[in-house]
Ligand binder design. Sequence first.
Ligand code: PBG
Length: 323
Amino acid sequence: MFPEHRPRRLRTTPALRRLVSETTLRPRQLILPLFVAEGASQPRPIASMPGVVQHTRDTLRKAAAEAVEAGVGGLMLFGVPETRDAVGSAATDPDGILNVALRDLRADLGDSTVLMADTCLDEFTDHGHCGVLDASGAVDNDATLERYADMALAQAEAGAHLLGPSGMMDGQVGVIRRALDDAGYTDTGILAYSAKYASAFYGPFREAVDSQLSGDRNTYQQDPGNAREALREIELDVAEGADAVMVKPALAYLDVVRAAAEASPVPVAAYNISGEYSMVEGAAAHGWVERERTILEVLTSIRRAGADMILTYWAAEAAAWLD
Ligand code: PBG
């Protein structure tokens, strides 16, 4: 008899395929990133991210409640301030948009979801870098750490459960952990953007937060060709007190997600970022790919690579499909 081996046998019926399916994709594994703009009276569409908006405070509350209702595992908040300066003052101002919005959502949702915030200055600086600059215009690592510590305290005070330091400064997790502990926020956790690459796929995010950046982030984010370095960053962040680590972007870095999943003693997140979203939405809008199938395949692939959780702009919609 030939063929002797017939792997197709287990693909014969939907029930067989379901029985042997290796990878689970559940709503609780999806985290929805949300943008909130100071002073907005209407949600503002983000042209390069069809379906995603800069929320007003009110529409943010509604979108957050709907996502939680759909079963997502958490929310990651980004603020878009009206005014920016060299040190990103609005990031540490208790009345700054991100902190105000965190307070809104914590009041509405309590502990029914996991509330996270981007702990980074780029949305708040007039030069668009993730840190403060020295006299020569270079990003000053250690001066930035002081700003991150203050920003972390403002976000913890506003009610975030998990902080997401995403600026790739050396020592950022340690300095935030110490600041939180010293102020008594011992239960506020850190989801560290540990292995974050200098990626062209962030393109649409620049529009999403009205970024002022000119130039690039190559002196702090990782070279796309480097994998070993990602494991070192993860090791350092875990040693400094990270409760969970992240690889970002996701799709072009699934090997790094796999390596992180194998090496990390803490949960691993992957961020399915703006450009990955826009590519699929753009192709689907042309009818070049089937939208829902493609989205579910993308998310399943990131889970298959080993991510415990996925930050994705499709979180609420996909959660509803999966329910
Ligand atoms: C930094 C930050 C960025 C993203 C999340 N946090 C931008 C960057 O590092 O340049 C990108 C998210 C996305 O592209 O979807 N605050």
